[in-house]
Structures are given as structure tokens and as C-alpha cells.
Design a protein around this ligand. Structure first.
Ligand code: FES
Length: 267
């Protein structure tokens, strides 16, 4: 018997919540006849088809590309953002990660800055506002320049590309006991701060993003490391160290005072 012919039955405990201000609860569903080759979301589709056929409301869950690219999927599987697979998003999880008869609990990402919209869908627009606060870079929008006109060391270019791999899914926030967005913000700061093109606005950018991050209600980093472990794009904690350096540097060169120590240049 091939894996395609094997079927399995699993029990799903799914967080159902009608709206942002409504109480939520875990509801049990049986997912019967799913195959190990199905993606986890395809199994959810099967459950939803059964619910709709019975006249019940389908389980709302976020997804778009289903290829680990867009960062839209945002659920925890048995308490782990994106489920048990390393370096993978929830949409890349397959039923082969589970056994026949398993019980799997699905909940939305939990964080004060990510209010539940419905069932497994949360509002992550706080991350968009942090990005928007970062603003622009001073790129020359004229004709394509000579490729070697701005020299970028290979190690810096690669580190910037690694940081730019962040898809803004919010798993770092959901996995952190402080619901901190430091890994996300550090990736977005690093992808520009490492490159010459991102230097002109580096001070203004890091201060604005840090300020917006605090305003949105994200917590601070206490070096738990859960964010790095949960990140589907393997964004490194070293980016947070860079964010802190960029922040301290910006405080020094700007006229802002450090929010905690009060240090900074006077007008
Ligand atoms: S749906 Fe796009 S990354 Fe999961």
C-alpha cells in the first residue's frame, strides 16, 4: 500500500470565535479519511466541506500562497506557531507529521497586538504599521546604475538577504512569552542597515520603527530564543543584537532621549 492509499482519522480541537469581542472556545471535529500526503490546510478544507454540507459555518483560517511565501497563515498547532516542522510555515505542514488517531489542537496566534478577527484569523496589521513607520530608502530611481558603482561586501549582502527573507508572519511574536516583535523589527531594520543604500535614513528608521513597535503593544525581548526557533525563515537572533546597536547609535546621534535611561544628546 502506498502512502497515497493510506488514510487516517484525526481529531481536531479548533478555536472557534465568532468575532473580536465574542468569547471563544475549543470545538472538537473529526477529520476522517485524510491522507498523509495532504497538507494540513487541505485536511482543514475537508473538515470545512463537511461543515458546509451540514449547514454549519466553516472554520475561518488565514492562507494565501500555501507555499511558505506570503506569511499569511497564522495558527498554532498543539501550541507551536506553524506546527512542529522546523523552518516551515503552517501551510507547508503535512498530515504525515501525525498518526492515525492523533488529537491536534488549533488556535490562533496569541498576542495582545494580534486581536482575533474570527476563529483562527488574527489581525496582524500592527506589523504593517511598524513597517510603514520605517519609511523609505534614498534609492536613485533614475536609470539603472553601473552594477559596481556601490560596492557591497559579500558577507554584508548575504546577511541583508537573509534578513530580507522575513515574511512577516508573526510567528516570532506568537512564540515569545513577552509577545515581542523584536525579531521581525530587527530583520526589517537589518535588511536596510547592512547596505549602503539603507544608510542615509538608518537613524530615523530604527527610532520610528522601535517607537511604533512599543505603541502597538508588543513586549520587549528577554533573550528567550523562542522566536528564532519558531521562525519559518530561520531569521537569526543576531539581528536583534544589530537592532539594539542601531537603536543605541541612533539615540546617540539624534536628539531623542533613550526611553529608559533618558540618555541622549541635548538640543
Ligand atoms: S499561506 Fe502563504 S506562507 Fe502560508
Amino acid at each position: 500500500m502506498t502512502s497515497q492509499e493510506t488514510t487516517m482519522d484525526v481529531t481536531l480541537r479548533v478555536w472557534r470565535q465568532k468575532g473580536p469581542d465574542q468569547p471563544g472556545r475549543l470545538v472538537t471535529y473529526e477529520a476522517k479519511g485524510v491522507t498523509p500526503d495532504m497538507s494540513f490546510f487541505e485536511a482543514l478544507d475537508v473538515v470545512n466541506e463537511g461543515l458546509v454540507a451540514k449547514g454549519e459555518e466553516a472554520i475561518a483560517f488565514d492562507h494565501d500562497c500555501r507555499e511558505g511565501i506570503c506569511g499569511t497563515c497564522s495558527l498554532t498547532v498543539n501550541g507551536q506557531p506553524h506546527g512542529p516542522d522546523q523552518a516551515a510555515t503552517g501551510c507547508q505542514l503535512h498530515m504525515r507529521a501525525y498518526k492515525n488517531g492523533d488529537t491536534i489542537t488549533l488556535e490562533p496566534f496569541r498576542a495582545r497586538a494580534f486581536p482575533v478577527v474570527k476563529d483562527l484569523v488574527v489581525d496582524r496589521s500592527a506589523l504593517d504599521r511598524v513597517m510603514a513607520a520605517g519609511g523609505f530608502v534614498s534609492v536613485n530611481t533614475g536609470g539603472a546604475g553601473e552594477a559596481n558603482a556601490i560596492l557591497v561586501p559579500k558577507d554584508k549582502a548575504e546577511a541583508a538577504m537573509d534578513a530580507a527573507a522575513c515574511i512577516g508572519c508573526g510567528a516570532c511574536v506568537a512564540s515569545c512569552p513577552n509577545a515581542s516583535a523584536m525579531l521581525f523589527v530587527s530583520a526589517k531594520v537589518s535588511q536596510f542597515a547592512l547596505l549602503p543604500q539603507g544608510r542615509p535614513e538608518r537613524d530615523r528608521r530604527v527610532l520610528a520603527m522601535q517607537r511604533q513597535m512599543d505603541k502597538e503593544g508588543f513586549g520587549n525581548c528577554s533573550n528567550e530564543g523562542e522566536c528564532e526557533a519558531a521562525c519559518p525563515k530561520e531569521i537569526k537572533l543576531s539581528n536583534i543584537a544589530r537592532l539594539n546597536r542601531e537603536f543605541i547609535r541612533a539615540i546617540f546621534w539624534s536628539h531623542e532621549k533613550h526611553p529608559e535611561t533618558g540618555a541622549g544628546q541635548e538640543e
